[in-house]
Design a protein around this ligand. Structure first.
Ligand code: IFM
Length: 405
């Protein structure tokens, strides 16, 4: 199975999960307030060790790298921008460029400055201009070095965890609030998209490629009763497609960024809206192998999703795909099976720009702490040493040759 010569191969991280000590962030305050069992603390010390991490990626023959900018570092207090932190990220991006790693830069990856959260965060439409002001600053500083921008990482995961299930700050459980936040995220992306393009055209730079990273989930009815089939249909529309379609209608996606991990097995228990939108099978019907967080491993779902996205006629970029596991053979098998399905979709005409594995190194998995191991490289949290796993070396062979045997 051959991939195109100019295909992007790489891995991703996000600032809060790897940098450490993001003390002006809403997550930092929340971890302390609720007494999260494992708080992020120094995380992987990536803030100090980014060059070492990029050497690792380079050594594994990656030619792209996805990372995020921590807004709360750039603007720790409302309206006070830190030149030191902007310079830090300039150096981060230059370090990628020096290693011939194409930067893919995310502007919002689940975290917010604490001051923004205190003003109501994404629920308050009056705060949205603040995000755009930050975007303007950072894009202005990085525009001559970055081609790929991701405005918002996994908007629906963020809304689901923070506003529907309530497991992340601000721990709301309200479909109404979730609806408001979705609209605010959509409108903010559209404005940020136009803003980024304007900055590039004002500066006479060639057009950037701007998108979101959209988590995609196949919703599979557990048994084919009408309730489950209808619920799966609705969830596919509302979770997977509605967000993307609105952005396409507003001509504000240059490609579709896809994050893919698992499926949901729909099994509606009760006649309530919450059940209809959220219930998944708890009885392990249709059993599949699982990752260490219990998520089903479902590689053909990636193929199905990609074929569904084909009709939008936009290039696709796999911006995250990965497994947390203690068994590195299972990691390689996961990567292999997903690349196989990706290749199959490409052979049927789906245009894909690249494949980015989540994650380069083991890191802080949000409310689940440091337990889940997603990394191509192991992080030793006592010494902060990174050790490339065997799966990383096998992935390296694919990126080197462009061939999956
Ligand atoms: O760690 C997360 C990441 O922040 C967003 N996508 C899914 C990953 C694994 O859960």
């Amino acid at each position: 199975m051959e991939f195109p010569k100019d295909f992007f191969w790489g891995a991703a991280t996000s600032a809060y999960q790897v940098e450490g000590n993001n003390i002006y962030c809403d997550w930092w305050e929340w971890e302390k307030r609720v007494g999260l069992k494992e708080a992020s603390g120094p995380a992987c010390q990536h803030y100090q060790r980014y060059k070492e991490d990029f050497d690792l990626a380079k050594g594994l023959n990656h030619n792209a790298h996805r990372l995020s900018i921590e807004w709360s570092r750039i603007e720790p207090e409302q309206g006070q921008f830190s030149t030191k932190e902007i310079d830090h990220y300039v150096d981060v991006i230059l370090s990628l460029r020096e290693r011939n790693l194409e930067p893919i830069v995310t502007l919002h990856h689940f975290t917010n400055p604490l001051w923004f959260a205190k003003l109501g965060g994404w629920q308050n439409r009056n705060t949205l201009p603040y995000f755009l002001r930050y975007v303007e600053k950072i894009v202005h500083a990085l525009s001559d070095k970055v081609r790929f921008w991701v405005t918002i990482n996994e908007p629906m995961v963020y809304v689901h965890s923070a506003y529907i299930v309530g497991s992340w700050p601000p721990q709301e459980r309200s479909f109404l609030k979730a609806h408001t936040v979705i609209n605010n995220l959509l409108n903010t992306h559209i404005k940020a998209y136009n803003l980024i393009h304007n900055i590039y055209s004002r500066k006479g730079l060639s057009s950037p490629l701007v998108s979101i990273a959209k988590n995609m989930l196949p919703f599979v009815p557990c048994n084919l009763n009408l309730k489950n089939k209808f619920s799966a249909f609705l969830r596919n529309r509302s979770y997977n497609l509605a967000f993307i379609e609105k952005l396409i209608r507003h001509r504000s996606l240059d490609f579709v960024g896809v994050n893919y991990y698992t499926r949901h097995l729909v099994d509606v228990e009760k006649w309530s809206f919450r059940s209809f939108m959220l219930d998944v099978c708890q009885r392990n019907h249709q059993p599949l192998k699982k990752n260490s967080l219990g998520w089903d491993i479902y590689p053909e779902g990636l193929y199905r999703i990609l074929l569904r996205l084909k009709k939008y006629n936009l290039p696709i970029f796999i911006l995250e795909n990965g497994i947390c596991t203690e068994d590195d053979n299972a990691r390689w098998d996961f990567i292999y099976q997903h690349l196989k399905n990706l290749h199959l979709a490409m052979s049927e005409g789906v245009r894909v720009l690249g494949y980015i594995y989540w994650s380069l190194i083991d890191n802080f998995e949000w409310d689940k702490g440091f337990g889940p191991r997603f990394g191509l490289a192991e992080t030793d949290y006592n010494t902060y040493k990174r050790t490339a796993r065997d799966s990383a070396k096998r992935f390296c062979a694919v990126s080197k040759t462009g061939v999956l045997d």
